[in-house]
Design a protein around this ligand. Structure first.
Ligand SMILES: *[C@@H]1O[C@H](CO)[C@@H](O)[C@H](O)[C@H]1NC(C)=O
Ligand SMILES: *[C@@H]1O[C@H](CO)[C@@H](O)[C@H](O)[C@H]1NC(C)=O
Ligand SMILES: *[C@@H]1O[C@H](CO)[C@@H](O)[C@H](O)[C@H]1NC(C)=O
Length: 561
């Protein structure tokens, strides 16, 4: 009895000491905080101290600026390292934490009896599951329940959290803590029926081939040249719909070139029930099929995300560890966020993820959005709303144009200037020239020395596609983005045939003298929003249509073929 009693007492002593250390707030420093619950969300009560919470703890990378510099070097046609893409291991040497960081965080967690699991291939993100009371103690936080009013979605968040002073430099963020992100939605696109051979009424593949000089012969180098399409929020791409589209518009194409592979991410599913076909997903696959002969892969991302940002980072981790032969060389995404809804640390984390893809030679494309200067979809706004992840300097953002040549900006084409990211070197002169050209009309509504979007634009109105067994037309930058992905995949096919590396991160090339010569400048149209006329397209780069519309033959010449 006596011995047992002693042992019990000893255990209590240790617990008390541990708790004392955790609760010693003098060593705790606020790591992140927000002043109030963001608009659109509401406090909806406390949670039980026993409720389990899963948090991601992101560790400081060994050398993220080194990775950025290397990615620019291998993507800049003027650099002697151009085309010398990194291996995944070389990338992880930059993004994994240093031994010092790893051991500092590990010691902190184990002294609090917390056992983390690594949830990123570079080992820079840990997942921990603990009770709300332990999370509050560990992070000097106050986790409570909040709701997103419009959707009724509830979430557990805190308005502030702290980490020990000695860990500040080792921990980038803990998430989800202070991030209140509205649920991801598919772009609101309406499909309208009908078949009309006139390109003015319906842009079918022949119209697009003529507009942008897409080749009609099939690509032959399928090895290591897969085109990847990302699908979210239960938007399913349908095999039969793609077959219908290709039979209609590419009647001589073999059936084997009219289908796609499906890869499931975050417990994503692959419903092939025709009535479950997604407008966005089907449109994306149809536009991707402009790259005839290039194998297509649809990534269906489910709701069980590890990254706390709807799988936008999980898909990159999935791709990084794929065998090189089946890994996409182009990844196109027609979903996104308003930049203001994503905290800077998370926006930066997504951008770091796309930088890793660019470094290994993958071109990453995002739609710029359909709300003009008002964001991804037009919203109430007092200042202009740039979109994310389009705002990341390491991706290529695609806006929209319309009409027969000379084409004009589509009025919904989102564009503007990031509040998160500074202007990258490749774009600095263009942004400065545009900002100087417009005077002070919109002063205070946008940031004048930051990353400008989009980078280019393509047809985005009345685009024909197959859905639920019929042919429809639809409008959105969602159509333009996979269209450009197809063009890049076809350029990659020719590069592989010539024994050259694929394009990878595109922007330094697109903005180079050779690259920009492959674009038709779009000089008319505006992107209204936020109660303004928006920006105007004009000579040179502009935040409505970027560099303009690409031409396949001229892009081929620009890469030296
Ligand atoms: C097709 O579109 C053109 C151009 O908008 C229009 O003039 C024509 O009437 C349409 N044809 C049909 C059959 O709807
Ligand atoms: C692929 O091969 C076929 C048959 O040899 C040829 O007709 C076609 O032009 C080739 N495609 C390209 C892009 O070279
Ligand atoms: C497409 O590929 C899937 C999976 O390999 C297969 O089940 C399906 O039958 C194919 N669909 C068509 C229309 O060929």
């Amino acid at each position: 009895m006596h011995l047992l009693g002693s042992a019990f007492f000893l255990l209590l002593t240790i617990l008390a000491a541990t708790n004392a250390a955790v609760l010693d707030r003098t060593t705790m420093v606020v790591h992140e905080s927000i002043k109030a619950v963001p608009t659109g969300f509401t406090h909806s009560g406390s949670i039980s101290p026993d409720q389990e919470i899963t948090l991601r703890i992101a560790l400081t990378h060994a050398d993220i600026t080194g990775l950025q510099a290397k990615t620019y070097a291998v993507s800049d046609p003027g650099n002697k390292l151009y085309g010398q893409h990194l291996t995944v291991d070389e990338v992880f040497a930059f993004t994994r934490p240093t031994a010092l960081t790893a051991s500092a965080v590990s010691t902190w967690l184990s002294s609090n009896s917390i056992i983390p699991t690594s949830i990123s291939p570079a080992g820079d993100v840990l997942s921990v599951t603990l009770s709300a009371s332990n999370a509050n103690a560990l992070l000097d936080a106050q986790f409570e329940k909040f709701a997103h009013v419009a959707s009724g979605t509830t979430m557990v968040r805190t308005l502030a959290y702290s980490v020990p002073a000695s860990l500040q430099e080792h921990v980038r963020y803990v998430h989800p803590t202070v991030a209140f992100i509205p649920p991801l939605q598919a772009p609101a696109m309406k499909a309208a029926g009908g078949v009309n051979a006139s390109c003015a009424a319906e842009m079918n593949p022949s119209c697009l081939q003529e507009l942008y000089a897409f080749p009609t012969d099939l690509a032959n180098n399928s090895a290591q040249n897969v085109l990847g399409v990302a699908g979210y929020v239960n938007e399913f791409a349908n095999f039969a719909d793609l077959a219908l589209f290709t039979t209609q518009f590419f009647p001589t194409r073999p059936a084997s070139d009219s289908n796609f592979t499906v890869i499931e991410v975050d417990e994503g599913t692959n419903s092939q029930t025709l009535s479950n076909a997604g407008v966005e997903a089907d449109l994306d696959m149809d536009m991707a099929s402009l790259a005839g002969g290039v194998p297509l892969t649809f990534f269906t991302v489910g709701g069980e995300d590890l990254d706390g940002i709807d799988g936008f980072i999980d898909i990159t981790n999935t791709i990084l560890v794929m065998p090189v032969e089946t890994r996409p060389t182009v990844l196109t995404t027609s979903y996104g966020f308003n930049e203001q809804d994503i905290p800077d640390f998370l926006n930066t984390e997504m951008c770091n993820a796309y930088t890793q893809l660019g470094a290994v030679g993958i071109s990453v494309l995002f739609a710029s959005g359909d709300g003009g200067v008002g964001g991804f979809q037009s919203i109430f706004c007092e200042v202009f709303v740039p979109t994310s992840p389009s705002d990341c300097p390491f991706i290529t953002s695609v806006g929209g144009v319309t009409g027969l040549p000379p084409q004009t900006a589509a009025s919904f084409s989102s564009g503007g200037f990031s509040e998160t990211f500074e202007v990258p070197d490749y774009q600095a002169a263009d942004v400065a020239a545009y900002v100087a050209s417009i005077g002070n009309e919109y002063d205070g509504l946008y940031s004048t020395n930051s990353r400008g979007i989009p980078d280019l634009a393509m047809q985005a109105e009345n685009v024909e596609f197959a859905w639920e067994g019929g042919l429809f037309i639809v409008s959105g930058t969602s159509a333009a983005t996979p269209m450009f992905a197809a063009m890049i995949a076809l350029i990659n096919d020719r590069l592989i045939a010539a024994g050259k590396p694929v394009l990878g991160f595109l922007n330094p090339f697109l903005y180079s003298a050779q690259g920009r010569a492959a674009f038709t400048d779009i000089t008319s149209g505006t992107n209204p929003g936020c109660g303004t006329n928006g920006f105007s397209a004009g000579p040179g780069w502009d935040p409505v249509t970027g560099l303009g519309t690409p031409n396949f033959e001229q892009l081929l010449a620009a890469v030296g073929l």
